[in-house]
Ligand binder design. Structure first.
Ligand code: ADP
Length: 459
């Protein structure tokens, strides 16, 4: 039976993006539409939208409890209807980082049911993503919303548990109109605040996160970000699910990629040599690369700690930015250390070249809900060396990549040593490369898993 699914998110590629959340919203709805379902995606209408998008203005809506009116824009693309909500607080092209972020996204969430009703849409499933939309299930259950939403089933997806959206209960209750009786430890309350992520977890019909292992990990003290108690309860009730992300196979295609242009081991070797010459690396050594945000999560400090030992036998390429101290240290090391190339910043072309030209890809993550880089690198015949956690555990088999148990330099170095030993045997290494390149990271099977979940909720 074809469904009507409504996705609600603060980020949707290519219109708005700060991270992996946008990529999921850029791919999953398309795949669900391709599988024959009606899919609508609603997000804020930021001051400037990516991809040169100019939505058609289709409605003006007033939302109870909100000053001013809200304007709705619409685009129809690749079988999906995209709606954009233009409202006070979203004049800038910047997504987050304002003092009133929590207030901005609460008002966006409040506007969603009214915008959908004004468009005459009748979704059966409301799928909300991450902290910014976390209050929607509670708003739909406990505040007056259009009757369209009376029977809607609600799924809430956690893409990154670290960002939760907290604010004092007095403001949140006055902004939302939610009853104060919900502010208790089994409801909205969290260490004296209202927590939007917790609200999504408590009041949605089902909760998902982006890999089966991470779904398990977040019910533990080490990964739960203080929400492990509530997540454990949700898991016991059978409401917590882990569904792995896919990658965009057109954007990450080594055959058509100008920076790669290969489909086999020989082609990979040519791309490898090109990159090594261009980055002035040692052709006799294997190259290990990192392309990442410099954040505590990603373990850039662990890589820096291990760098001296790594440079004994490997070329090392690092592309990224973020933490200032890491940027400075790496900049300094790159001035003096041979076999090391460091590029500060975000650079898509260089990322493609590095995925294509490196032998191995390093991910010393402290936690990793899913991770896309390991899938991309395998598609490009670059073998991952990664911390055995979350989505990395679920996507990297030991026959192909190299997993290490601890988020520490010695543990990392054991894995890079193991990888180096295999690399010295070209037959063994090329067998892994071929196996890696043959893997299927399409969205189809994940999109079907979400659809099965929706069908179960509606049954
Ligand atoms: P995150 O937690 O940052 O979303 P993922 O592994 O899920 O981590 O996805 C990261 C994506 O961002 C990958 O496609 C990676 O290639 C890209 N990326 C990260 N840093 C950079 C950079 N400095 N330049 C280019 N691409 C980058």
């Amino acid at each position: 039976m074809p469904l009507h699914v409504l996705h609600v998110s603060s980020e949707v590629y290519p219109f708005s993006k700060t991270g992996g959340l946008a990529d999921v919203l850029g791919a999953l709805p398309l795949e669900q539409a391709r599988l024959g379902h009606t899919v609508t995606v609603i997000s804020p209408w930021y001051g400037e939208l990516g991809g040169g998008a100019e939505p058609h203005r289709v409605a003006i809506v007033s939302v109870p409890g909100m000053f001013g009116e809200v304007e709705i824009g619409r685009l129809y693309q690749n079988g999906v209807t995209y709606l954009f909500v233009r409202m006070a607080g979203f004049e800038s092209k910047q997504l987050y980082g304002f003092k009133n972020d929590v207030e901005r996204f609460i008002f966006f969430a409040k506007a969603v049911p009214f915008a959908i009703a004004a468009m005459g849409l009748q979704p059966q499933i409301l799928h909300a993503h991450d902290w910014a939309t976390g209050l929607l299930p509670a708003l739909i259950k406990f505040t007056p919303v259009p009757t369209t939403f009376q029977r809607v089933k609600m799924v809430y997806s956690i893409h990154n548990l670290q960002y939760q959206g907290r604010w004092n209960p007095w403001d949140v209750l006055s902004w939302t109109g939610l009853p104060s009786s919900l502010v208790h430890s089994e409801g909205l309350e969290f260490f004296g605040d209202v927590n939007m992520m917790k609200a999504g977890i408590v009041y949605a019909d089902a909760v998902t996160t982006v890999s089966p292992t991470y779904a398990q990990e977040i019910t533990t003290l080490a990964y739960g970000e203080k929400l492990e108690g509530v997540l454990k309860r949700v898991q016991r009730d059978g409401r917590l699910h882990g569904i792995i992300n896919g990658i965009d196979l057109e954007r990450w295609d080594p055959v058509t990629d100008a920076q790669a242009g290969f489909s086999d081991w020989q082609g990979k070797q040519a791309a490898r040599a090109r990159m090594q010459i261009e980055l002035e690396l040692d052709l006799q050594r294997p190259t290990v690369a990192l392309v990442t945000r410099f954040a505590q999560q990603k373990g850039i400090d662990i890589a820096i700690e291990a760098l001296g030992d790594l440079l004994e036998r490997w070329n090392v390429v690092i592309l990224g930015d973020g933490d200032l101290f890491s940027e400075k240290v790496l900049g300094l090391i790159s001035r003096y250390a041979p076999h090391f190339a460091f590029y500060k910043g975000y650079n898509e072309d260089l990322a493609h070249q590095v995925y294509a030209g490196a032998d191995a890809f390093l991910m010393p993550s402290r936690f990793e809900p899913c991770g896309l880089s390991q899938m991309i690198s395998m598609r490009y015949g670059t073998l991952p060396i990664a911390r055995d956690t979350g989505g990395l555990h679920d996507t990297i088999s030991p026959e192909i990549g190299f997993l290490f148990p601890e988020a520490s330099a010695p543990s990392l170095l054991e894995a890079t040593d193991a990888a180096f030993d295999v690399w010295q045997d070209p037959t063994a290494w090329s067998k892994r490369v071929h196996a890696a390149m043959a893997l299927d990271w399409s969205w189809e099977s994940s999109a079907n898993k979400y659809l099965e979940l929706y069908q179960r909720l509606l049954a």
